[in-house]
Each structure stands twice: as C-alpha cells, then as structure tokens.
Design a protein around this ligand. Structure first.
Ligand code: AVJ
Ligand code: FE
Length: 372
C-alpha cells in the first residue's frame, strides 16, 4: 500500500461500495432476493450476507482483534465450506435480517477504523474491492435470471473506432503489479517477460460479427472447435451466446462487444477467423503499449489463452483461498474488465479467471495473431 493512508478516504470508499450494493438490490422484493435465480449462482441474499461476513472477518476480527458478530454463520458464508451448489438450502439470513447484519457489521468496522486506525490500508482495500467484486457476481445472477441490472445501458465507448490490428514488436516488458500500492497476490511479483512480435485486434468482437459466425455455421464446423469444446457444445446443445433470443439473435446492440461466450466458443471463433486468443502477457503488454491503444477495454472481459498460474516467486497474501487454490490447468484467465466492474477494481494487471465452459461472466473476445 501507499505509505500514507487516509482514514477518511477509506471510510468514503466503504460507503461508496455499500451504496452501490444497496442500489443493485433495491428493485427486488425479499422473496426475489432469497430465491435461487440460477443453479450456478448464489441467492442474492447469500452474496449480501457473505459481503458482511467477509468484512467482519477481515476488518473487525483480523484487523481489529474483535470477536465475530455472528461466528455461528461463519461456515455458511465461507465460499469454500459452502459451495454455490448447496447455497439454496442453507439457513442464510433473509429479509430484513441480512440488511441489519450488513449495517451492524459496518458500525463495528467504523469503530475499528476509529480505534485502531487503518494500518497500512491493505485489509480495508481488500474488503472494499471484495464488495465490488460481489456486485459484479450479483449482476451476473441478474443477467442469467433476466432481471433488471443484467445488461449494460447507454452506448458502448469507442464504438466508432475502426476495426483492424495493432502490431506490437518483439520486446521485453515488466508484467504484473509494482511492489507499491494495492494489488492482489496473483498480480505479483512484477517480472520481466520477453514477448515475441504479435498482432492484436484494436476492438473486441461485436455482436454483429458473432451473429455472422453463427449464420456461417460457426457452431457446426467441427474443424474450428477443440475436442473438449466440441464435446461441451454437443452435450449442452449450444448454438449461440448465453442470453440470445431463441432464434439466435443478440438482445443487445449489434455494435456492442459480444458477451456471455465461453472460452470454448471464444477459441472456436478465433480459429474460424485464422486467429487465436491472446496470451495474458500479450494482452498486458498491448494494454500498456503507449504507441497505439486498444479500444474498448472495460466493456467486456476478454478471454486469454492462458491458464491461471502464479507468477515466478508467487506468495499467497493475505489469504490462500483468493488465488492459489485455483492455479492449474482448469481455469482460464480473463483480462480487462466489463461495463459492470467498479472503476476501483479495474486495472491492466488485474487477473480474473473461470472455467472454460462458463458463460455467466460479461466476457467476450479480442483476437490475436502471430506475425508471419
Ligand atoms: C476474482 C472474480 C474470480 O468471484 O470467485 C470474491 C473474486 N473471491 N470472493 C470470484 C472473489 C472471493 C473471484 N474472482
Ligand atoms: Fe467472496
């Protein structure tokens, strides 16, 4: 963290995160919040209680040394003790109780901030960002359930930027977050990477291009799909991105970056276009390349070809369960951010990840190519 941490700024950040959370759920009845909206996602009430429990654990208990307000609920709100698939059946707080829990923990947090101060600020920043990350998860639930809040509003930025390629010459760059300032453990240590020359698309793939891919047999041409991707597509009878109409049309503007495609679909689309997905290193190098900026970063997460792994010298901090337990060849990395990402959590070094078949994320594709 920076050496100077202003308690008032942290206090504002906590307040801002909470206002955002409450605005997100304001349109919904207690019944709507407690329901399992989609088998892949938690009930929204679970996310709310988990946000409070996480704050109580990290700020009141670990930072302030206080007892947990609801130690009896700790396991129920622990993402590992209680995986998403079983969250519908457990006695999580519902109705007014969950809002009271959020408010009660927040009062304790403020007492800790007054009494113990912010420390180096890291844990406060972690908690603020955790709430923001769950806001995005909650929006994914709204999207899957077709409830208000699951689609972007307004027009996408930079939609008038011409398509085409950015040529990035071979060279070294420093990948990852610097030692100073907040970053998640998986963004460190910063290390030098030599990246061969590559080309990367100036813009992400649009809904219109994806519709064209569908019409051109994109989901039927075996040669464009990986073995795993084809098996997945066949098993679930996938014929277009998640959320499109039954006759295979996007619900959103043609010129908006496509979203809710799996890594398997992203990979197939790239092959069909004589291209590939960028590696994480390529993506980050291009995102920090000052000669020619990539357009529309921050509209939709971008799948990369990379599996989620620790950088050389990785050290879990402050908790092992954030990143390390997901390292391996199962999870693919996404870069950038989406229209629904809180600005505070956006950065060119941030690494998101999910399984290659997942489509609830606001995720699309930016193509890359080798330089011949
Ligand atoms: C970084 C978005 C993959 O949602 O699993 C929230 C963030 N970790 N609570 C996730 C997270 C713990 C994480 N992602
Ligand atoms: Fe969480």
């Amino acid at each position: 963290m920076a050496t100077v941490v202003h308690p008032a700024a942290l206090s504002d950040a906590l307040e801002h995160a909470r206002a955002r959370t409450l605005a997100l759920v304001a349109p919904f009845s207690h019944a709507e919040l407690e329901r399992v909206q989609h088998p892949l996602m938690s009930p929204l009430d679970w996310d709310l209680g988990h946000i409070a429990a996480y704050e109580d654990l990290w700020l009141v208990h670990r930072h302030g040394g206080g007892e947990l307000l609801r130690g009896d609920l700790a396991d129920l709100y622990d993402a590992f003790e209680t995986p998403r698939a079983v969250r519908g059946e457990i006695p999580f707080l519902r109705g007014q109780d969950v809002f009271d829990y959020l408010a009660a923990v927040r009062r304790r947090t403020r007492e800790v901030l007054d009494a113990a101060g912010p420390g180096d600020g890291t844990l406060f920043e972690l908690v603020v960002r955790h709430e923001a990350q769950h806001n995005e998860t909650m929006r994914q639930t709204l999207f899957l359930a077709n409830l208000p809040g699951g689609y972007p509003t307004g027009t996408p930025r930079d939609a008038d930027v011409a398509e085409g390629w950015i040529d990035v010459p071979r060279g070294r760059f420093d990948m990852g977050a610097p030692a100073q300032g907040f970053a998640f453990d998986n963004e460190r240590p910063r290390h030098r990477v030599d990246v061969p020359a590559f080309r990367i698309a100036r813009r992400p793939v649009t809904n219109a291009s994806w519709a064209h891919f569908c019409e051109g047999g994109g989901y039927e041409r075996r040669e464009w799909w990986s073995d795993e991707g084809w098996a997945w597509k066949e098993e679930y009878d996938i014929t277009h991105p998640e959320g499109w109409t039954a006759d295979g049309r996007p619900r959103d503007a043609d010129n908006r970056p496509v979203m809710h495609v799996s890594w398997f679909e992203a990979d197939a689309f790239a092959r069909a276009h004589g291209a590939r997905l960028p590696t994480e290193a390529e993506w980050e190098k291009a995102a920090t390349w000052t000669q020619e900026p990539m357009a529309q970063i921050g509209e939709a997460w971008e799948w990369t070809s990379s599996c989620f792994a620790g950088y050389p010298g990785f050290a879990a901090h402050p908790y092992r369960e954030y990143s390390e337990v997901f390292f391996g060849d199962g999870y693919r990395v996404l870069r950038g951010s989406s229209w629904s990402t809180e600005p505070r959590v956006r950065s060119t070094t941030f690494r998101n990840w999910d399984l290659p078949q997942r489509r609830q994320i606001f995720a699309g594709v930016r193509l890359a190519k080798d330089v011949e």
